[in-house]
Write a protein that binds this ligand. Sequence first.
Ligand code: SF4
Ligand code: MG
Length: 338
Amino acid sequence: AEPLLEIRDLVVEFAGDEGAVRAVDGVAYSVRPGEILGVVGESGSGKSVTAMSVLGLIRRPGRIVGGEIRLRGRDLLGLTHRQMREIRGNQVAMIFQDPMTALNPVMTVGAQIIEALRLHDRKMSRAAARERAVELLTSVGVPQPEVRVGQYPHEFSGGMRQRAMIAIAIANRPQLLIADEPTTALDVTVQAQVLDLLRDARDTTGAATVIITHDLGVVAELADSVVVMYAGRVVEQAAVSELFAAPRHPYTLGLLAGVPTSEDEDEDDDDLASIPGTPPDMAHPPAGCAFHPRCPIARDRCRTERPPLAQAAPGHRSACHYADELVGATARDLFATV
Ligand code: SF4
Ligand code: MG
């Protein structure tokens, strides 16, 4: 199918004291209708800034300085604020990590769903909207929806608030759903329920879904394909099964080393292997491959020459000069000795 969302060569900069900081540097990815794309990276990798760009929510000192974002072929970067607001209410919806920042604390949950519905369909009666709000709360598994519809966000638990936000997000059957760390603030059991809910939302609405996370476990659970970001760039992209079976970027291998496996005896073990070093200071990104200061197989060339995102296997791209050497490598091979 044709991509629903297509991002090409996106560049986003933030003005700072020492000049512009490039938070997103040439990002490209696309999502087809009904596909769930996981976008993975540490904080500061540019994954959220890319999503905010799609939503038209980049504000000063941030600025989109290059690239294209197309929704069903329509160029979103050329739209006015007003046109973009309309798209946000109808075709594209967002689910945030913290529902308290997204929900209005002084409006009942029901009133917020009704507002979303009537913004989309001005002819919908209040009664019909209320009925639909109850239906939506039911569909996201909120118990006693007839009572809950009249309650305020603070009367909901964290998990219930996340369900309410999903209800608002899917109220107008958006074509594209963007969820930024939707389960990070939740405990493990509720996390699994919310992921199920996002999968149901995709199944019932056919929406393309972008799920932004630092957690490869979430990607394994939910996504069809995955984009791995580092220092404002895409470093690897593949189908989820392919990425987990045959990763072709050292950073991805490092992330995989941090994912608990059935071999880890103690589930509470925080000492799982993780990538040594820290994410780069984006005001002074490393030359060449931005991952080189942390990469166990970096060579001289990596310090000067930036690797392009190139095909590593069919449908699989990696931005590493030595991607071919990683065939058959495991995270433990690569990171055990560092
Ligand atoms: Fe490591 Fe070099 Fe590949 Fe970058 S290009 S990930 S530094 S081997
Ligand atoms: Mg973020």
